[in-house]
Design a protein around this ligand. Sequence first.
Ligand code: ATP
Ligand code: MG
Length: 241
Amino acid sequence: MSTPLAGTRDHPNALWLQSSAQGNHHEHLRIGIMGGTFDPIHNGHLVAASEVAWVYDLDEVIFVPTGRPVFKLDKNVTDPEDRYLMTVIATSSNPRFTVSRVDIDRPGITYTIDTLRDIRREYPDAELFFITGADAIAEIMRWKDADKMWNLAHFVAVTRPGYSTDFTQLSVPQGTVDALEIPALAISSTDVRRRAGEGEPVRYLVPDGVVEYIYKHGLYRRPTDAEQTGEAPISEASILS
Ligand code: ATP
Ligand code: MG
């Protein structure tokens, strides 16, 4: 069963999809898939997606928030609906960015092979580009059915500061994984969560709407002792600054 994608071709307002990032027309749609936990989505994700869209002349980048990520089973992950909504908010101003629910609506653990198959079903003729961090690409070999993924999409490994970009050790088929250096943004969701938890500012690390969503829903908040005993109100000044 396929899940409709917000803002895609089937969408009534989708006239913008007529040409690619560089204004070209391709015989087949060129679609980027940006998978991630997006807990929360941050400007590093958005820059990476935008850069890959430009370099690979993509028509669209579909952000796919994971359901239960296989590599984070031991960690607390924010409710999928919150992560989905923050991803929608963060991408809403870019007509080339859309968000898919395929992973959060599929029960069980999220495996990339299932994401690729679901999107492929949705776009049988498109050329697919799976966008992933250089840190995550090293995990590829451990993904379920890794050997079957190479036929479904090209893989673009985006580098970010502080992570190794040496792919020569990986035994992936030649030509299936490209490395792309993107403008350096040393942002991680882990750091955003920590900052929000400690009341440090996160504005400009994540889009404004996401800052507001985090505050409004009290995500990542670690109440102080005084707040826990009800002696002090939780301050909104720091997180919104
Ligand atoms: P966490 O710290 O919780 O692991 P994250 O910042 O790595 O979060 P994910 O949702 O795990 O975010 O990332 C989704 C994808 O985006 C991954 O492939 C990751 O490598 C990549 N990515 C994350 N941050 C950046 C960044 N600053 N620049 C480029 N790519 C990034
Ligand atoms: Mg990560």
